[in-house]
Design a protein around this ligand. Structure first.
Ligand code: UT7
Length: 334
């Protein structure tokens, strides 16, 4: 007998949202001591989107979710679980997922957030898949959403030029077809590297105070070079491990979707793994690093640009604060 445990979990629908406001490198050059030339040559970023002051993480998440639900051919009432990956929730509690549920007008279902930074979308994809496999749920809404502009130090040129706002969502559903959809996900973290990318203030060890504000503790801090080195290493190793585990070689993967942090990280991955850049979609030039939203935004764009066809293998690879990293192998489907 076929049970939910044996069923395939597919991405039934996908949706993306980015705010209208564009912040270019030249705009940034008027704000801090930087230049379009430095930002483009060191990162590949040309511009990023910045949410409106009154636009929250849950607002962006809801807009992406509405598109994903429509794209799946479902209505909001068909959703029976919402998980949001974010490091910029509307507030510490309640979860952004609960606020999205309210905006979508969905009756009581499980809703919660997961904090795994830029790896967050692949973390929630694995959590939702496992929950679907219990047979207790049919359609899970997963969303990577970030308003990073709210935690950037706009006086720190080493970080404020790198990030942007946006949201990407997917509806995961059980499919009767065998061997399609999510083939496997591997999640990992190494807390020893917690302080190479973090925000010291605002939690229980450093609650907000006049001192914490004066010390600029409520902003993202990063040792860029350290993150860069780890990113190159874990992206390559995750890919090698995933290919070995499923007995595939890199040529059999039609599309690699890496976390969009820096074009030099992606190009280094391409060179070391001998994977042509044509098979690696890039959108960081237009959106910068959108953390948990980066992979679903890139996946949505790759599908819209017909870079993924039925039967194609797709490998998504993420890394971020924690440090966390993750990879997911998909076989695309109708
Ligand atoms: O999602 C995961 C999170 N993040 C990442 O994946 C980021 C990973 N790291 C990186 O992408 C790169 O390390 C950065 C883009 C952050 C920095 O690039 P880099 O080539 O490692 O530069 P650097 O930090 O070594 O800085 C080189 C120089 C320094 O000046 P000096 O000391 O050589 O005189 C910096 O002060 O560039 C200077 N600099 C800037 N100059 C102009 C740093 N930021 C800027 C800037 N504009 N925005």
């Amino acid at each position: 007998m076929n049970t939910a445990m044996d069923s395939s979990i597919i991405i039934k629908g996908i949706g993306a949202y980015t705010p209208d406001r564009v912040l270019t490198n030249s705009d940034l050059a008027h704000m801090v001591d930087t230049s379009d030339e430095w930002i483009q040559s060191r990162t590949g970023i040309k511009e990023r989107r910045i949410a409106a002051d009154n636009e929250s993480c849950s607002d962006m998440a809801t807009k992406a979710a509405e598109k994903a639900i429509k794209n799946a051919g479902l209505t909001a009432q068909d959703i029976d679980m919402i998980i949001v990956a974010t490091i910029t929730p509307d507030m510490p509690f309640p979860s952004t997922a609960c606020l999205v549920q309210k905006q979508l007008g969905i009756s009581p279902i499980p809703c919660f957030d997961v904090e795994a930074a830029c790896s967050g979308f692949l973390y929630i994809l694995d959590i939702a898949s496992s929950m679907l496999k219990t047979g207790n749920y049919k359609n899970a809404l997963i969303i990577g959403a970030e308003k990073l502009s709210s935690i950037l130090d706009w006086e720190d040129r080493s970080t404020c030029v790198l990030f942007g706002d946006g949201a990407g969502a997917a509806v995961l559903s059980i499919s009767d077809c065998a061997n399609v959809g999510i083939i496997g996900t591997r999640l990992a973290a190494n807390g020893n590297d917690a302080k190479i990318l973090y925000m010291p203030g605002g939690g229980s060890t450093c609650p907000a105070s006049v001192q914490s504000i004066n010390d600029r503790q409520h902003y993202l801090k990063m040792l860029g070079k350290e993150v860069f080195k780890s990113a190159v290493k874990v992206m390559e190793q995750s890919t090698i491990d995933m290919l070995r585990e499923y007995n595939l070689n890199a040529d059999e993967i039609s599309c690699f979707i890496p976390h969009q942090a820096n074009i030099r990280i992606i190009e280094s991955f391409s060179t070391r793994m001998k994977i042509p850049m044509e098979r690696i979609p890039v959108n960081l030039d237009r959106y910068g690093n959108t953390s948990a939203a980066s992979i679903p935004l890139a996946l949505d764009e790759a599908l819209n640009n017909n870079k993924i066809k039925n039967g194609d293998y797709v490998l998504m690879i993420a890394f971020g604060a924690g440090l966390t990293w993750a990879s997911t192998l998909l076989k695309w489907h109708c």
